[in-house]
Design a protein around this ligand. Structure first.
Ligand SMILES: Cc1cc2nc3c(=O)[nH]c(=O)nc-3n(C[C@H](O)[C@H](O)[C@H](O)COP(=O)(O)O)c2cc1C
Length: 174
């Protein structure tokens, strides 16, 4: 049993404050390389990850997400890097596949000493004309479904404590 790895899994927390400084290319590659090893149904590797560091595109994503959220705040918390994960509707397990990729990206960020948090609302964002235009710009089919995103960067805060786990989380049938 690898107790260190089990403790590592339990110690990942969502980070919602980031330094302005961009992460290095090596750090970005390390996180992405791990993400593409997430399990996918029948090994289809159906998801696509779009890594965004371009200032203008990030601004667009922030506005699109905030519009869905109905808020004026930055839903990506000022993260210098945003990783969007898309599912391919043609694949029966597109949703599960993309969620696995998102989880792997979060764990890889944690392993790399980076701060990260899963961000929602990409489904609605990429159903809009603006979202479809971005998909076209990136050479992706317009039926790709935005499943989620990871806001990524150097943490500008301490990791919060984990919430107490609910008592009935596990049912053992032994
Ligand atoms: C499907 C999903 C959507 C989430 N969406 C957001 C989000 O839009 N914004 C945010 O700040 N956190 C979001 N989170 C992060 C959760 O709030 C966070 O994982 C949860 O509170 C547990 O905290 P922990 O990650 O530190 O263990 C999301 C997490 C998941 C799994």
């Amino acid at each position: 049993m690898n107790k260190e790895l089990l403790e590592f899994l339990k110690s990942r927390r969502s980070i919602r404050a980031f330094k302005n400084e961009q992460i290095t290319d090596d750090e970005l590659s390390a996180v992405l390389d791990a993400g593409v090893y997430a399990p996918t149904g029948m090994g289809t590797q159906s998801p696509v990850i779009v890594a965004v560091q371009d200032r203008e595109t990030k601004g667009q994503l922030i506005r699109m997400n905030a519009r869905v959220m109905g808020s004026g705040n930055d839903p990506y918390y000022g993260a210098p890097t945003i990783l969007l994960v898309f599912g391919a509707k043609s694949c029966a397990t597109y949703f599960e596949d993309a969620c696995n990729v998102l989880t792997y990206l979060l764990l890889a960020a944690h392993a790399s000493g980076l701060g990260a948090v899963w961000i929602a609302r990409e489904r609605e964002m990429f159903e809009t004309d603006g979202g479809k235009a971005l998909l076209a710009k990136w050479g992706l089919p317009d039926d790709m479904v935005g499943i989620g995103a990871v806001a990524l960067g150097y943490a500008a805060c301490d990791a919060p404590g984990a919430a107490v786990r609910k008592k009935d989380y596990i049912v053992k049938v032994l």
